[in-house]
Structure formats: C-alpha cells, structure tokens
Design a protein around this ligand. Sequence first.
Ligand SMILES: [Zn+2]
Length: 141
Amino acid sequence: MILLINVLFYITVFKKGEFMDNKYDVYFNGTHKTTINPGLVKKRNITDEQLKVIKNLYVERYTIEELMKEESADNKSELKNFFEKWTNNQFYIQKTWGAEPNKSLHPFWQVPHCNCPNHLKGGYQEEAITHYNKECPVHGN
Ligand SMILES: [Zn+2]
C-alpha cells in the first residue's frame, strides 16, 4: 500500500513538474505566447537542442506575423513575400518535429490580413490550401 502511494505520489509530482517546467514555454516580446506540448516532445524523442530550435522557430513565426500586422493590407506583394517566409518557417517547424513537410497542414488562415475561410473549424484537410478567398490580400489573386 505504501509502495502504491509512493508510486502515485511520484507520478503526480513528476507529471506536475513536467508541465510546470517552463523550458516548454515560448515568449515573444516579453509575453507568454504558447507552450510546446511536453507529451509530444517525449513521444517524438525531441532533444533539448531540438526543443530550443522549435521554440526559436515559433518566435520567428510571431516576428513574421508582427511584421505582417504592421504592413498595410494594400501592400499585397509585401504580404505575399512575408507569407513565403511564414510558409518556410512552417516547413522548418514540421521538419524539426520529425514530420514530413506538408503545406496542407499549415494554419495559413491565421496570418494577419487573411480573410480566407477558417479551415480549422473543419479540421485539417488535404485540400485546405486549394480553396481560399480570392479577395484575401495574402492569398488572393
Ligand atoms: Zn488568406
């Protein structure tokens, strides 16, 4: 019985410690933006070095999005340039997680000035990237 309690205590403390460990937190401009999923880090055998790379890539993503926010919606060519950088950033994130780079899994509708349909509502779909709002300053014509 004592052994069981010890084991449960260990599991509780270990789990708690794992999620309270701020090495998984991503900050941008001094604000906590997101937390990398520790369970997935473990499952994918992500090293501390790779975790740092992933966190830096998230910071890069937020930086690109911040620059896009500051850009006028009329400046379509500049927004499209930023979106190309954003797409490459997403590819690097996928690669660092050990996943196949796959454009159709990028949450492209989350970038500033995008007014494409929110594909997240229907879940990620293979055809996600093939339909968009043609009036969108980022993805439109
Ligand atoms: Zn769009």
